[in-house]
Ligand binder design. Sequence first.
Ligand code: NDP
Length: 261
Amino acid sequence: MLGLDAKRVVVTGGSSGIGLATARWLLEAGARVAICARTESRLRDVAAGLGREFGAEHVLAAPVDVLDAAAVNAFAEQVRGAFGGLDALVNNAGQGRQSTFASTDDTAWQDEWALKLFSQITPARACEHDLRAARGAVVMVNSLLALQPEPHMVCTSAARAGVQSLLKSLSVEWAPDIRVNGIVLGLVGSGQWAKRFAERADQSVSHADWYDALARRKGIPLGRLGEPSEAAAAIGFLASPAASYITGATLDVSGGLARHI
Ligand code: NDP
């Protein structure tokens, strides 16, 4: 029904959290998936596990920093060689930065803009030709901070708003050949929150209690953090032919945290 059988998809940041859940979701739907991330050991372990589960011929992995244009181009070439083309690109790699205006220096601002924008731009450029040939799709993984900024994540919020703007422009420039959509996430219990949980002030608080308190404090209407698989389902849908008449759209995956109309 989703039409993902034998489709070829790149997922950046596919070695952990939402990217890994997305790779798994796509493989379960019948796609072939290429993942990249910087930390080679973790990437190789993850790829070997996925290969055992879904068949090694369906999984490709390469250690790539998405900010390194030469490495990203080589990865796109490798995917072309192995899969013969590309149907969808999921730009997921990245992380958030917690800082206020007072605690963000110019270098941090520049780093954050570079990460948020070029983690979208560089893979999109590298994959454009193949995506166009396949009349494919791009999915930009973004945060609700793009639309609902928070002062304690000042530069991440601003840079993420830039990604939303890019999404709209690219969805027009690349139409009708390539669909460009995105998701905005609230809080998803993956790598970033696992790290904050590990660094919690009171180490005696359990995982469940810490996450429950976080969801209450943030006022998430659905009362909990999202699962990586729930973000993956939204990404997978937008990447699939089932979303064939959707472009320039953003799917809110925040458990109701978005307050705007
Ligand atoms: P994780 O930390 O679990 O996973 C991030 C993945 O991205 C890892 O595979 C990491 O591997 C990879 N990565 C990071 N930087 C780069 C880079 N420069 N080049 C290539 N790969 C990179 O994060 P999540 O799954 O939680 O987050 C996924 C995306 O969703 C991120 O962009 C994040 O900012 C965004 N997001 C997440 C939210 C959440 O609540 N979890 C909320 C809003 C947005 P490695 O470090 O080895 O490179």
